[in-house]
Every structure is written in structure tokens, then in C-alpha cells.
Design a protein around this ligand. Structure first.
Ligand SMILES: C[S@@+](CC[C@H](N)C(=O)[O-])C[C@H]1O[C@@H](n2cnc3c(N)ncnc32)[C@H](O)[C@@H]1O
Length: 228
């Protein structure tokens, strides 16, 4: 991975071009902190598994907000190498952690990369009873369609270099929308089916933030999950 260069695209292979473009978008720490501030566990003695951590910006933001315990996890060895924290390389469809071992799973802008039903089962499996799944994701709003259309016009990148990077990152991601942006009802249904409760949700102009809790174990060994 080459260092960021303030707007010029220098990477050579296709995956490097995407990784470099990705590293030049969504860099605002202020905005990240503002969004992450939606979650109410920050600062608690809880370990966060950051699924699809990339180069670790959320970990950095959470750390600056006073949180201390993290595991970064990503399929890209290159991106993890650029993270200031040690991470684990792997595929979120097969998370290499024990059942019931993780307090909080965070997924920021990664659901659309995944086969969500498979990934959701893995997330719920690794969560402790009472553990949290928190996600931030894009949403197919009119504002997003306009922004994406504008971004995809090649001439825009010649005027605004940031949008050239965004176009590369976006076109790479569109090819990879296996989870799909249109599938929020399906995502919620799957999480309910797996015994999760929706604790908080917020829709923004471009996206959605949600915090789901795995039902805690109750005395007698049964969970409080009631499929009805
Ligand atoms: C749009 S980036 C988001 C990165 C980071 N969460 C952030 O907010 O900056 C999506 C990330 O998901 C990772 N990813 C894609 N498919 C994955 C998979 N199957 N398992 C783990 N990580 C994956 C990519 O390598 C990339 O770092």
C-alpha cells in the first residue's frame, strides 16, 4: 500500500487502486465521532470487535472518545497493515472466535459487502448473551441517489479530486453489494429470527445506525427469545 498523496492516484494493481481510493474517502474524524456517539456503550470496559475495520479509523475514533478494548478484523491484509492497531485477517462469514466470546460487534459500512444471513448467524454466535451488534450503513434515499449519480460522472473527478477517489471506491463497492442496500426489512427480520432485540435506531439523510442486543440468558438455561 502506498502512502496517501493528497489527491493523486498512484496505486498500480486493481485492488491497490481501490484500497488507495478507499483510504482517501470518509476520513473525517469529527463526523465519525459524531456518528459513533449514537452508541451508548463507549467508554465501558467492553471489547469491540470491529468487523471490516479497514485501516482502523473507527478504532482510532473510539479510542479518542475514551474506549479502550478493540479487535480489528478485516479480509484485507493491506488495509489492516495500515491500521495503528494489531488486527486479525479473516472473512466475516466465518469469524474465528469462540461462541459467546464477544461483548460488542461493530460493522461500519460493511453489511453491503456480505451475504447478510450468513454473517448475521456468525455475529450472533460470537456475541455473549446480552451482547450488542451495532451497525452503520448506507440507505437508499433520494439524497444518496443524487450524490452517487453525481459522483459517478467522470468529469466531476477532474474538478473535485476527492470525488475521483469516491467514484473508484463506490464503483468497486457497487460490484460488491451482496448484502444489498435495499434489504433493511430482511436484515431486521433475520436479526429478530436469531434472537436479537432492536435497542436503538436512527435514520439519517444518507444512512442508518442501529444497535441490536442478543437476548440475555435467563435462569434455567432458556433465552428470552420468543419467535412470536
Ligand atoms: C467500506 S470499508 C469500511 C471500513 C471501516 N469499517 C470504516 O468505516 O472505515 C469495507 C471494509 O470491509 C472489508 N471487507 C469486505 N468483505 C469482507 C469480509 N468478507 N470479511 C471481512 N472484511 C471484509 C473491506 O476490506 C473493507 O475494509
Amino acid at each position: 500500500m502506498k502512502p496517501r498523496d493528497g489527491g493523486q492516484i498512484q496505486a498500480t494493481t486493481e485492488s491497490e487502486i481501490w484500497e488507495e481510493a478507499y483510504q482517501n474517502v470518509r476520513r473525517s474524524m469529527g463526523r465519525r465521532k459524531q456518528l459513533l456517539g449514537f452508541f451508548d456503550w463507549i467508554g465501558e470496559e467492553k471489547t469491540v470487535l470491529d468487523l471490516g475495520t479497514g485501516d482502523g479509523l473507527d478504532i482510532q475514533a473510539l479510542e479518542e472518545m475514551g474506549h479502550k478494548r478493540f479487535i480489528g478484523f478485516d479480509i484485507s491484509h493491506n488495509l489492516l497493515q495500515d491500521s495503528p492497531h494489531k488486527g486479525v485477517v479473516g472473512d466475516a462469514h466465518k469469524i474465528p472466535f469462540r461462541d459467546g466470546s464477544i461483548d460488542i460487534v461493530l460493522a461500519n459500512s460493511v453489511i453491503h459487502h456480505f451475504d447478510f444471513p450468513r454473517m448475521a448467524s456468525e455475529i450472533v454466535r460470537v456475541l455473549k448473551p446480552g451482547g450488542l451488534f451495532c451497525y452503520l450503513e448506507q440507505r437508499p434515499t433520494l439524497a444518496r441517489s443524487i450524490l452517487d449519480w453525481f459522483t459517478m460522472q467522470k468529469w466531476v473527478g477532474t474538478i473535485i479530486p476527492y470525488l475521483k477517489h469516491r467514484r473508484i471506491a463506490l464503483s468497486e463497492e457497487i460490484e460488491d453489494y451482496t448484502g444489498g442496500l435495499e434489504n433493511y426489512p430482511r436484515i431486521a427480520r433475520k436479526l429478530l429470527e436469531l434472537g436479537m432485540d432492536l435497542e436503538r435506531e436512527k435514520k439519517t439523510l444518507l444512512g442508518v445506525l442501529a444497535q441490536w442486543r442478543k437476548k440475555p440468558k435467563v435462569p434455567g438455561g432458556f433465552s428470552q427469545f420468543n419467535p412470536d
